[in-house]
Design a protein around this ligand. Sequence first.
Ligand code: AMP
Length: 304
Amino acid sequence: MSILVVGSVAFDSISTPFGTVDDVLGGSACYFSTSASFFTDVNLVAVVGDDFPEQHLDFLRSRGVDLEGLKKSAGRTFRWKGRYDYDLNEAHTLETHLNVFEQFEPVLPASYQDAEYVFLANIDPELQLEVLNQVKNPRLVASDTMNFWIEGKRDALIKTLGRVDTLVINEAEVRQLAGEPNLVKAAEIVRSFGPKTLVVKRGEYGVLMFAEHSIFSAPAYPLEEVFDPTGAGDTFAGGFIGYLAATRNLDEGNLRRAIVFGTVMASFTVEQFSLDRMRTLNYEEIENRYRRIQLLTEFSSLDD
Ligand code: AMP
């Protein structure tokens, strides 16, 4: 079952303690759709400028991502510049240039309007809502956001969240959105805004999922080499929603499996800059890492 995603398609300039790159392929929708494409088909809604090279589009097409909803406008593509220090869990945004996104009015191709699985990746919450308004009867609506929008477009964000089933968001942003430092209390507050499932991304400490009937914790995959954490969250979401859409099963056991697939996908993307690791990845590697995370967390019950 295909997924509809709206989000940024970007040029990123990134500096980490291990290197610096300029104007590489990035953006929330790119990371998400590339990751999800390992599980199912993806229809992408976004805008790029006339400076966006065909080779990046060819890469997305090669992953089976449908680009009918990707508009090319006169102007410059979205640009983000960020820096990480030795604590790779925290991105410091140096520059955000919305460029062609400032005037973007998304119009969904007819074939996208029946989408059952929708991911509103990190982008202006007003755009997220405009896209959602054009989807007829979605089965699962998930979204992401970041401090930039929590600070700049809070009211629009809260309105959009009222229509979201599953929010996937960083730990610091849950606290900021809720105005509450305790994570468990903050999760309850954010769930009261709409999303009945809240997935909290905690960088190298893994993921906590607050679902309707249970809380689930998954560790991050222990890696020796973390090169560039950019896109880890979107790649996580791609694996998570990709697996849910592929299996068409939203019970809590399957949500847990999907969380681990998301974790696996994120663990690959941080091994190289930009989307480079995704270019060589295959499904067998994904399954192997899934099994290793299962072993990592296995322990017997007190009654055994
Ligand atoms: P992540 O590391 O998964 O949180 O996402 C990083 C990606 O988000 C980068 O590729 C950026 O291009 C993109 N990004 C950064 N800031 C924004 C923003 N304000 N709106 C949309 N996308 C953004």
